[in-house]
Design a protein around this ligand. Structure first.
Ligand SMILES: [Zn+2]
Length: 346
C-alpha cells in the first residue's frame, strides 16, 4: 500500500470516527444539524498531527459524501485531468505560444501581462518556457539570434580610439619544443588600420604593454584605448585600461551637443538606421520596444520622444541607442554624433 493511499485512508477513517454517532444511527438525521454544530465546537487531533476544531461546513460535506459513497467517498479525490494541463491552462498556453510566435522578442513577463488580462492568471516562467520549447516557439527556435548585439565602435578621426586584443597564434619550434604563440594586435577604430600586431611566446601584461608602446611610438598615442575582457587584463590590466581611458573618455559632453543629439536626429529615421524592427500602423510609425518587446509604441514628432505604452517607458534618441545596441551612454553619444545633420552645425 502506498504511503499516499495510507494517508488518504487515515483521513477517511478519521472523518468516519468523528461522524460515527450519525453514521450508525445513534443520532437521528433530523438532529444532524445540532450534532455537527456541537462537533465543530469540539477540539480534536487531526491525522496530520494538528489539533483544532473541524469546521461545520467540512463536517456537513463529509457526512453528505459518506451517505453518497461510503468510506471511499471520504478519500481525497484525484484530479481527473492529472498530468495534463487543465482546460483553462491549455488555452493559456496556446495563447502564450501564439503571442510568442507573433513577436519572438516577447519575454515571459510581457506574455504573462497579456494572459493576466485575458485569463486573470499567469504561467510560471519555467512552465511557460517548457511549453514554448515543446511547441518550437522559443526565441532560438523561431530564428531570433541569441547573439549579443555588439557595441559599434566608431570614431571620426584616426587615433581617437584603438582597440586591442590577444589571439592564439600557430605553434612554432623554439629550441627543440613546439610552443604556442599569441598575437597581440591593436587596430585604429576610424581607419581600421592595424597599428600594431606581433606574435609573442607569452600572453601577459608585459607583452601587452610592449606591443602598445611599439604602436604608440610608431603612430602617436591614441586618445582612448579599449581592451577586451581577456583574462590577462583582469587584475593589473584594469588599472592600465583605466589610466588611459579615464582622462580622455569624455565623461561630460557639452549640454548643447546632447540637446542636438536628442532633437536633431528624428527617432523615425534613427530606428530604421539601427536596423531595428519597426512598422507603420494606420499611418503612424511604431517600433519594437527594446525593453519589453511589444509594438505598442509611438513617437511624438514635436518632442522627438518615443514612448512604449506597454511598459510605460520613454525613450529619447540616446536611450534608444543604448537600449537597442546595448551600449553605454558614451558609446551611444559617439554613435549619434556621427549622425547629426551637417547643415545645422552650430
Ligand atoms: Zn515597452
Amino acid at each position: 500500500m502506498s504511503s499516499r493511499r495510507e494517508r488518504h485512508e487515515r483521513w477517511a477513517i478519521f472523518w468516519c470516527s468523528l461522524l460515527a454517532p450519525l453514521l450508525y444511527g445513534e443520532i437521528p438525521a433530523a438532529e444532524a444539524g445540532r450534532f455537527l454544530s456541537e462537533l465543530s465546537q469540539t477540539e480534536c487531533d487531526f491525522p496530520n498531527g494538528k489539533r483544532g476544531k473541524p469546521s461545520r461546513a467540512t463536517l456537513w460535506r463529509k457526512w453528505k459524501r459518506y451517505r453518497e459513497g461510503g468510506l471511499d467517498a471520504l478519500m481525497p479525490r484525484r484530479r481527473k485531468d492529472r498530468g495534463r494541463p487543465r482546460r483553462n491552462r491549455a488555452a493559456m498556453i496556446d495563447k502564450a505560444i501564439e503571442l510568442k510566435k507573433d513577436q519572438p522578442r516577447r519575454a515571459h513577463g510581457a506574455i504573462n501581462d497579456f494572459l493576466k488580462v485575458e485569463f486573470h492568471a499567469t504561467i510560471p516562467k519555467s512552465t511557460l518556457y517548457r511549453h514554448l520549447k515543446r511547441a518550437g516557439a522559443t526565441r532560438r527556435k523561431l530564428g531570433i539570434s541569441q547573439q549579443k548585439i555588439r557595441c559599434r565602435w566608431t570614431r571620426d578621426q584616426s587615433n581617437a580610439l584603438w582597440v586591442g586584443d590577444f589571439e592564439d597564434g600557430p605553434y612554432v619550434i623554439e629550441g627543440d619544443r613546439a610552443v604556442e604563440t599569441h598575437l597581440s594586435a591593436f587596430i585604429d577604430c576610424h581607419s581600421r588600420y592595424i597599428v600594431e600586431a606581433r606574435y609573442y611566446l607569452r600572453e601577459n601584461l608585459d607583452i601587452l604593454i610592449d606591443s602598445l608602446l611599439r604602436g604608440w611610438s610608431e603612430h602617436g598615442a591614441s586618445r582612448e584605448l579599449y581592451l577586451d575582457n581577456a583574462k590577462i587584463y583582469h587584475s593589473h590590466a584594469l588599472t592600465l585600461t583605466l589610466t588611459h581611458k579615464e582622462p580622455h573618455m569624455t565623461k561630460f559632453f557639452p549640454r548643447q551637443l546632447l540637446y542636438r543629439l536628442r532633437n536633431e536626429i528624428p527617432v523615425v529615421k534613427l530606428v530604421p538606421q539601427l536596423d531595428w524592427p519597426h512598422k507603420h500602423r494606420e499611418g503612424r510609425f511604431c517600433f519594437l520596444c527594446p525593453r519589453c518587446g511589444e509594438f505598442l509604441t509611438a513617437v511624438n514628432p514635436r518632442t522627438n520622444l518615443a514612448r512604449c505604452f506597454h511598459c510605460q517607458t520613454n525613450f529619447n534618441t540616446i536611450d534608444l541607442v543604448m537600449a537597442i545596441q546595448r551600449c553605454d551612454f558614451v558609446a551611444a553619444v559617439h554613435f549619434l554624433e556621427s549622425r547629426l545633420p551637417a547643415s545645422t552645425t552650430a
